[in-house]
Design a protein around this ligand. Structure first.
Ligand code: AMP
Length: 427
């Protein structure tokens, strides 16, 4: 409404407010996650937003953008500890898994979490600095069946949210040895054209060549166009694993494409890697991504635990819902809006509201209102009924109840208001 005079009173760049009228999307997301994932035995885990920075540095790998491009919000607290705002969920979930000995629970342990994540990225559409993820991990099983279950759950969740047009892109980065061999192949294949690559790709060629496949630069894309993809060079075990995942997904009629180009940004992925895209939306169409990360739990000090997980970008999903015209309705307005037309009625409205709110959503004007203005207030609030009392129509304890849709009016005692407002299409 008002121009803010001091810049610092604006939201930080790359962050945003969720206004009341947008809350229903969040409720829908949380309710759907609870239902779809809950029925599949996935339990909710809440972990802190701050963790020791080392946790992320050790897990995501030194070559990840988060570390190389300094995308992690890292700071020293007053006790001299180096902490970070979580840039992703997996490391914190695994820290919690290890810290609470969750490996002794029945296998697989399935955990979901919802909350903010932070990355100091270049802000653009679909790319924020405080964004939100719905994260899901399946711990304890090594075979392709659980990978398929994780991918199918993500797919079903998105469909349930109202996004029927999805593309599941399934790939594999191979086992550690395959990955090393593939990286060596890329280094050799690109050695002659190293100087022609963009600075980002040159850096990747040095630290994690496979990530070059994610290059956006036109010239880079041309230089890598004819090279083998990770899928072309999988070892027999990783190949059999991928075939297994594909078989289960086909049997369950989860639509997917084999995607040779899929590589994931973080170093810890092994074998299965996948992304889910919304069909027909622009550049930031990746709604979610995930993969298998056998070895990561052990590297964080826990027992050897195979695992797979995914993270869904909440803002991206909301954007896709908007483009599919599937945004949930704004929260419903009040059942009843009380309009006091004299001082006595102002007092009674507040007292009455307190009682009626045990059952109904009730709002009222806080000062004497003329009937026309009061009805306009009720209408603006989206109320189903207005009840007026006082002024010329004064008659102690009697309210005029008006159905704002039909215009129908009745005179009622205060103690009859709940019944009357509830009866007519109560929500
Ligand atoms: P990642 O952890 O990078 O695999 O990201 C998983 C999902 O989170 C992506 O598919 C996006 O939907 C979403 N995401 C990642 N980074 C951002 C960001 N900076 N802003 C908004 N969404 C993001």
């Amino acid at each position: 409404m008002y121009a803010l005079r001091v810049m610092r009173t604006r939201a930080v760049k790359g962050t945003y407010d969720v206004l009341p009228e947008r809350q229903s999307s969040w409720h829908l997301l949380r309710d759907t996650a609870e239902r779809v994932l809950g029925r599949a035995g996935v339990e909710e885990l809440t972990t802190p937003v701050i963790e020791h920075a080392e946790l992320f540095e050790r897990s995501v790998g030194a070559s990840a953008d988060l570390v190389v491009q300094k995308e992690m919000y890292r700071f020293e607290d007053r006790g001299g500890r180096t902490l970070a705002l979580r840039p992703e969920f997996t490391a914190g979930v695994l820290r919690s898994f290890v810290e609470h000995g969750m490996h002794t629970r029945p296998t697989p342990v399935k955990l979901w979490s919802l909350g903010p994540a932070f990355r100091a990225e270049n802000v653009q559409r679909g790319r924020y600095r405080q964004f939100h993820q719905l994260n899901c991990e399946y711990l304890g099983l090594p075979g392709p069946l659980i990978d398929a279950e994780a991918i199918a759950a993500l797919h079903d969740l998105l469909v349930e949210l109202g996004l029927p047009e999805l593309r599941v892109a399934l790939g594999s980065v191979g086992d550690a040895a395959d990955r090393d061999a593939y990286n060596a192949y890329l280094r050799e294949a690109l050695d002659g054209v190293r100087d022609e690559l963009s600075p980002t790709s040159q850096e990747r060629l040095r630290l994690n060549p496979m990530r070059i496949l994610d290059a956006k630069d036109e010239n880079d894309r041309r230089l890598i166009a004819d090279l083998d993809r990770p899928l072309d060079r999988l070892g027999p075990d990783a190949r059999a694993h991928l075939d297994g995942v594909a078989e289960h997904l086909s049997a369950w009629e989860v639509p997917f494409d084999l995607a040779p180009e899929i590589v994931r940004g973080l170093d810890y992925y092994r074998r299965t890697a996948f992304e889910v895209h919304a069909v027909g939306i622009g550049a930031q169409s990746a709604l979610a991504g995930g993969g298998r990360y056998d070895g990561l739990v052990a590297s964080l000090g826990g027992p050897e635990t195979p695992a797979i997980g995914w993270a869904l970008g909440v803002e991206r999903v909301f954007d896709a819902l908007a483009q599919a015209d599937a945004v949930p309705d704004a929260p419903a307005g009040p059942d009843l809006f009380l309009v006091p037309m004299d001082d006595d009625a102002v007092r009674e409205a507040a007292t009455l509201a307190r009682t009626l709110r045990r059952e109904l959503h009730v709002r009222h004007a806080y000062q004497v209102r003329a009937p026309g203005k009061g009805l306009r207030d009720a209408d603006r609030a989206g109320a189903r009924f207005a009840a007026l009392r006082g002024g010329r129509e004064r008659s102690a304890g009697v309210w005029t109840l008006k159905n704002l849709a039909s215009g129908e009016q009745t005179e009622l005692a205060a103690d009859r208001l709940v019944d009357a407002a509830r009866k007519d299409g109560s929500r």
